[in-house]
Design a protein around this ligand. Sequence first.
Ligand code: RTP
Ligand code: MG
Length: 143
Amino acid sequence: MAIERTLSIIKPDAVAKNVIGEIYSRFEKAGLKIIGAKMLHLSRTQAEGFYAEHKERPFFGDLVAFMTSGPVVVSVLEGENAVLAHRELMGATNPKEAAAGTIRADFASTIDENAVHGSDSPVSAEREVSYFFPGEEICPRTR
Ligand code: RTP
Ligand code: MG
C-alpha cells in the first residue's frame, strides 16, 4: 500500500469544544503519524484561498465566515492510504449522515460546523499541504 500524506484541519467548532487531543488520539490510534502541526486563526484571504474550489457554491460565504471565526489546528498526517483512512475517521460531511464512531458523528452537529476537514484526494492533499506548510515545517519521522 502507498504511504501518503493528507491535510487535516480541526475546525473552530471542535477547537472551541476542547477536543483537539481526542481527535489527535484517533489519528494516532489509526496509525496516522502527525508530521506537521500548528494552530492558526485564518484570515479571510487565507480561508478564501484554501476553499477556492467552492467559490461559486451558495455556502461559500458562510464557510469562510465560520473558518475565520476562531482558531484552527492544521496538521499533516502520514500513513498507508492516509487520504482515505483520514476521511473514514472523519465520517460524512453532514454529521447527521456520519457513521457511528466517526469524528463528525461524535463531535459535530451541523453540516456547516462539522469539526474537521480532510483532503479528498492525493492531488488535493498535495495542494493543501503546501498551502499551509513550507517544506521546512514538515518533520517526517526519523525513528
Ligand atoms: P471538508 O472539505 O471540510 O473536509 O468537507 P467535505 O470534503 O466533506 O465537504 P466539501 O464538499 O468539500 O465542503 C466543504 C465544507 O463546506 C461546508 N459545506 N456546507 N451547507 C452545505 O450544503 C455545505 N456543503 C458543504 C462543510 O463545512 C464542508 O465541510
Ligand atoms: Mg472537501
